[in-house]
Design a protein. Structure first.
Ligand code: CP
Ligand code: NVA
Length: 309
């Protein structure tokens, strides 16, 4: 597998490159703590385009670019209307003349794919309706810090959404043990599951699928959940609240997991819905380590993509 120009899906990347980025992210974290400057983006500009709201991704990319010596440029979506005011391919080609990298969060996954196809600069997927690869990379770094990436089981409880799709790819690429527990009607994208299985067959990973949360967490080292209605699904929030009622991560569910199991959430969290305040604030919760690690892994991703010349 050759090294892609863009970071759109973890499944496109060779395992050794993903491992290298995670190692570099850990190193960048140490260097930042020691206040050692790193300037891989000196003289470069990175365009940030976000169609959906964002706290962590927006801020950590902006600060990450600055800390690497580059200039972040924020393009409000209303200014461009991708594919509306101007054709996607023309936007991509214009941006390629100005900046050295594009970071984009869109509803439609095909927009990020189209930007990458027509831009001759690297494009980073900052979340689409389909995938959230940068978050999954931060999760891998966090799991590595608190356990063992290959032997500790990660158990997803909740919606079969963009987040779990990237975790399925990650598990397949890195040979992780992943259980995905969703209600029957809200399972993950079958194409993602198929790709995850292919990757896992090559890496020694194991993907399990469950519908019963108590059974799913019985051998969990990490229990992970996310909102029941993702951005863009707000009108389904009510029906989803009933469909996912038995899937809340609460003290009772954490008690069904082995002692010492950690709690993960990509955030933002809806306290009292997919997770209780008690679990989110418990000593098992490492959600802010995950959030911090966004900064370090995204710096490593940008370093890996940027043309150093
Ligand atoms: N986890 C995450 O991507 O958060 P934001 O939506 O705030 O960027
Ligand atoms: N699944 C969530 C993730 C947010 C970081 C969403 O897409 O809204």
């Amino acid at each position: 597998m050759s090294r892609p120009k863009d970071f759109i899906s973890i499944a496109d990347w060779p395992p050794e490159e993903i491992v290298r980025m995670l190692d570099r992210a850990a190193e960048l974290k140490r260097l930042r703590a020691a206040r050692v400057p790193v300037s891989m983006l000196a003289g470069k500009s990175v365009l940030l385009y976000f169609e959906k709201p964002s706290l962590r991704t927006y801020v950590s990319f902006g600060i990450g670019v600055s800390e690497l010596g580059g200039t972040p440029v924020y393009l409000p979506p209303g200014q461009v209307q991708l594919g509306g005011r101007e054709a996607l391919q023309d936007v991509a080609r214009n941006l390629s003349r100005y900046c050295h990298m594009i970071v984009a969060r869109t509803f439609d996954h095909d927009l990020v794919v189209g930007l990458a196809r027509h831009a001759d600069k690297p494009v980073v997927n900052a979340l689409t309706d389909d995938l959230h690869p940068c978050q999954a990379m931060a999760d891998a770094l966090t799991i590595q810090e608190h356990g063992d990436l290959r032997s500790d089981r990660l158990v997803w409880v909740g919606d079969g959404n963009n987040m779990v799709s990237s975790l399925i790819h990650l598990a397949g690429v890195l040979g992780m043990q992943l259980t995905v527990c969703t209600p029957e009607r809200y399972g993950p994208d079958p194409a993602v599951v198929e790709r995850g299985r292919e990757l896992a067959a090559a890496s020694g990973g194991e993907l399990r699928f469950e519908t019963d949360p108590v059974a799913a967490v019985k051998d969990a080292a990490f229990v992970y959940t996310d909102v029941w209605a993702s951005m863009g699904q707000e009108s389904q929030a009510e029906e989803r609240r009933s469909a996912f009622a038995g899937y809340q991560v609460n003290a009772q569910l954490m008690a069904a997991a082995p002692s010492g199991a950690r709690f993960l959430h990509c955030l933002p969290a809806h306290r009292g819905e997919e997770v209780t305040e008690e679990v989110l604030e418990s000593s098992a919760s490492i959600v802010f380590d995950q959030a911090e690690n966004r900064l370090h892994v995204q710096k490593a991703i940008m370093e890996a993509l940027v043309d150093p010349s």
